[in-house]
Design a protein around this ligand. Structure first.
Ligand SMILES: *Cc1c(COP(=O)(O)O)cnc(C)c1O
Length: 507
């Protein structure tokens, strides 16, 4: 699927609503449609309630559950919060505040699981976060070793949203059953893509969301095994909807859309998985052969449409910036407030640079062979360009060797080298090599274009502060541009030494 020249390869972030689903939703909004409140007892209410219950059955069928065990929420974030906070707080209330309550999860979970776990720690619960293996998977043995007598809840995701790694849920389920702990599964990425059978897999609670499976945003569900429903403390109160677990007027149009999307996903799952696996193979065949390409997805245990790849020696921000025709996610920290690249990739042992240079391709129903071919060509072009630019070898121009100066290092995120040829007191030519963020590369390019013809003693191009002002860059770019300034100074200094040496010899 592409629009205005941008190919969408970010289906793991969200999906477009299927047109059939949108049509069903539209029938629940206006006066002619089922706009009633499902809690009302009159005809309008009954009509809306019937649609909600039909949708609940469709949603439940996707995970082989009973409709009465499905609770509608605003999405997977709320479902995860309800499961984790609700179950742990309920266990404490039942056991008494003096009893220890222990929860197990993993470092590669979505923030919608990690943040409620952190909240539990603040509330005095004991939380263990497992570190998965290099392939992103938690081994059943790791879980077995972490279980304690006071463990009440284990929360592990089915498929990871960054790497696509599929976890061995059935093995965790058997362990939890035997131990008497509840297994909660965040299935936001897997529902509608992988077969799920809550009973057969030993799942006590399961979260999923409509907008990752071609349904609307703002609606999701939590499956709760009946044995755990009484112990689940609600997060919000008022009206006692959804068996008292989740109060609030039901969003009929969202629920109807979710139900329709689940039914379509079930029908299409097998064929679509096979199709996406083929597209992914085509993608990996095209970019996996690039030097330095490093797979972050365990292909033999991975969502069919997902491929996470790092490119050694390539600055991630510049890579993403150069791939303007693709809409995709990266491990780069450039757009996050933390300045830390992907915590998921860091947790499975990738170093900062590798995590920073990761791209996540996630394919979907709209993806075609043509999309993949455009993506492959774009990635090959950008990786080739950035690698050539960052090449750490001086030109073998021994007759007319240029003077050079450099600064920074790849480890710190910015490295720059300028190479100048001089003619008398002036700069004849200037070239550069660089590794860094897009703004750094742009300033280097601009300087290299401006330098020829100017005197090397003072080319009059200003320094980092001027460049920040000139390009209206955020102040945090200054340290990176200081590296550019240092490299330029070093090159000009080398020119001055060479000029001085020549004039000494000549004099
Ligand atoms: C998208 C996602 C969520 C959040 O779901 P929302 O419905 O957007 O709140 C949670 N967990 C995983 C693994 C996800 O991919």
């Amino acid at each position: 699927m592409s629009d205005a020249g941008t190919i969408y390869l970010d289906y793991a972030a969200t999906t477009p609503v299927d047109p059939q689903v949108a049509a069903r939703m539209a029938e629940c909004l206006t006066a002619e449609g089922a706009f009633g409140n499902p809690a009302s007892t009159h005809r309008y209410g009954r009509e809306a309630r019937a649609l909600v219950e039909a949708a609940r059955a469709q949603v439940a069928a996707l995970i082989v559950a009973r409709a009465s065990d499905v609770i509608f929420t605003s999405g997977a974030t709320e479902a995860n919060n309800l499961a984790i906070l609700g179950l742990a707080r309920g266990a404490r209330a039942a056991r008494g505040a003096s009893q220890a309550v222990h929860v197990i999860s993993s470092r590669t979970e979505h923030k919608a699981v990690l943040d409620p776990c952190r909240q539990l720690e603040r509330e005095g619960f004991a939380v263990t976060l497992l570190t998965p293996e290099d392939d992103g998977r938690v081994t059943p043995a790791q879980l077995r070793a972490a279980l304690r007598p006071e463990t009440v809840l284990v929360s592990l995701m089915h498929a990871n949203n960054e790497t696509g790694a599929i976890q061995d849920i059935a093995a965790y389920g058997a362990l939890c059953r035997a131990h008497g702990a509840a297994l909660h599964v965040d299935a936001a990425q897997s529902a509608g893509k992988l077969a799920i059978d809550v009973k057969a897999m030993g799942i006590a609670l399961l979260s999923f969301t409509a907008h990752k499976l071609y349904g609307p945003k703002g609606i999701g569900a939590l499956y709760v095994e009946p044995a755990h429903r009484v112990g689940l403390q609600p997060l919000q109160f008022g009206g006692g909807h959804e068996r008292g677990v989740r109060s609030g007027t039901l969003a009929v149009h969202q629920i109807v859309g979710f139900g329709a999307a689940c039914e379509l996903a079930a029908q299409r799952m097998a064929a679509e998985s096979a199709r996406q696996a083929q597209l992914r193979a085509r993608l990996w065949a095209g970019i996996g052969s690039l030097p330095g390409a490093l797979l972050n997805s365990p292909l033999e245990h991975c969502l069919p449409g997902l491929l996470n790849v790092s490119f050694a020696g390539i600055e991630g921000e510049s890579l993403l910036f150069g791939l303007a025709e693709l809409a995709l996610a990266s491990g780069s920290a450039c757009n996050s407030d933390s300045d830390e690249p992907s915590y998921v990739l860091r947790a499975i042992g990738r170093d900062r640079e590798t995590a920073q240079s990761a791209l996540r391709f996630s394919l979907g129903r709209g993806s075609s062979n043509e999309d993949i071919d455009v993506a492959v060509a774009a990635v090959r072009r950008e990786v080739g360009r950035l690698r050539a630019l960052a090449q750490d070898t001086l030109a073998q121009d021994s007759v007319d060797a240029p003077v050079a100066g450099e600064a920074g290092s790849r480890e710190t995120g910015t490295w720059v080298r300028f190479m100048l040829k001089t003619a008398g007191a002036r700069i004849a030519t200037a070239t550069h090599q660089a590794y860094g963020c897009p703004q750094t590369l742009a300033i280097c390019e601009w300087l290299a274009a401006q330098l020829p013809g100017r005197p090397w003693l003072d080319p009059g191009l200003g320094g980092a502060l001027d460049w920040v002002r000139m390009r209206d860059l955020p102040a945090d770019r200054l340290t990176r541009l200081l590296v550019v300034e240092d490299a330029l100074r070093a090159a000009l200094g080398a020119a001055e030494r060479q000029g001085g040496a020549r004039s000494t010899i000549g004099g």
